[in-house]
Design a protein around this ligand. Structure first.
Ligand SMILES: [Zn+2]
Length: 336
């Protein structure tokens, strides 16, 4: 065992925890304010798709307001951790505060963060800018009805949440051995300090996964409350937890033009048997490699090599070479 081995992790329960639905949101873009949305939580939505923390989240273009808006509409908002753990909008609804009182309370609580050296000044000032923007906004007229179900999300807050989740996915990949500490450091993007060792990265992962309380067992007297929806942040954290339990490994999809980049595999011991994140990627890459082989075989044929020589050159059978030459001839005939 070298010092580069990841620390061993212990989980409880030692089996995957069932996913729960996330809230469904309506995004209400604000006129004249391209940097923020009002987001209405209105109904329990579907479960988030398997592996979301690796796929759509990793490839989401955080520079694009439209892409962020579409993501929220589809899966829900992300934001700074304190917001997720204690949704102020809920507290606002319960306490019956006015909009002014609520936004002022938000600003005050963020100012309090600046006293804690754990948070960088840039992080606190980003949150403060967002809260001040919120204070200037007036929610839609039906806001009184939506009370407690409304969230104000600025693009900057969303980016903070998204980057934190992406770094969690990276730390997990480092832990599973599919990313080096150098790669992790180069791609690190959240406001949390860049880990300088595997221990530090796994430590960061443990902090992120320390709150899985939305998935605690529950006894209620109303069937509708039996499966309360969770926040997207919670749902994504659970996805990582479940992959740790299953002993999954993140592998790069071998489709050269994979739109997702990485995926995970069920267990460490059969990683060789699956090379693509999905069947479309497998089809794309197989077709691409075949086109390449056809082209190479024909180039060699044009240079005057015999089928036997081409087969030897390309490390394949004569039958295959015949097939490739025939395929190209057929395509020429077809006028393509
Ligand atoms: Zn793929």
């Amino acid at each position: 065992m070298t010092t580069d081995d990841p620390p061993k992790l212990y989980v409880w329960p030692n089996e995957p925890v069932p996913a729960r639905r996330v809230w469904r949101y309506t995004v209400d873009p604000i006129r004249d304010e391209p940097d923020a949305f009002f987001v209405y939580r209105h109904a329990p939505g579907r479960e988030v798709p398997d592996g979301l923390f690796l796929r759509d989240l990793m490839t989401l273009d955080l520079a694009s307001p439209d892409a962020i808006c579409a993501f929220i509409q589809r899966y829900g908002p992300l934001g700074p951790e304190w917001q997720d753990r204690q949704p102020l909008a809920d507290a606002y609804g319960a306490a019956g505060l006015s909009w002014e009182q609520y936004t002022q309370a938000t600003i005050d609580s963020i100012r309090g963060l600046s006293e804690i050296s754990f948070y960088t000044p840039e992080y606190v000032s980003t949150l403060l800018r967002s809260a001040e923007l919120e204070a200037q906004m007036t929610p839609a007229p039906d806001f009184q009805v939506a009370r407690g179900n409304i969230t104000f999300v600025t693009l900057d807050e969303f980016r903070i949440g998204a980057r934190t989740m992406r770094d969690l996915a990276r730390a997990w990949r480092l832990y599973t051995g599919t990313m080096t500490i150098e790669e992790l450091r180069d791609s690190w993007e959240s406001h949390h300090s860049v880990p300088d060792s595997i221990d530090a990265a796994v430590g960061r992962m443990l902090v992120e996964l320390s709150d899985l309380s939305p998935f605690a067992p529950l006894v209620v007297g109303n069937a509708d409350d039996a499966q309360p929806p969770v926040s997207l942040t919670s749902a994504l954290r659970l996805q990582v937890f479940n992959e740790i339990v299953k002993g999954s490994v993140a592998l790069r999809c071998r489709n050269e033009t994979c739109p997702y980049g990485v995926w995970y595999l069920p267990t460490t011991w059969n990683t060789g048997s699956r090379r693509y994140c999905c069947s479309e990627c497998a089809d794309m890459q197989t077709a691409r490699e075949r086109r390449r082989r056809v082209r190479d075989a024909n180039r060699l044929a044009k240079q005057g090599l015999t089928e036997e020589q081409i087969a030897a050159n390309m490390g394949t059978s004569i039958d295959r070479v015949e097939g490739w030459l025939a395929a190209a001839a057929k395509r020429r005939k077809g006028g393509k």
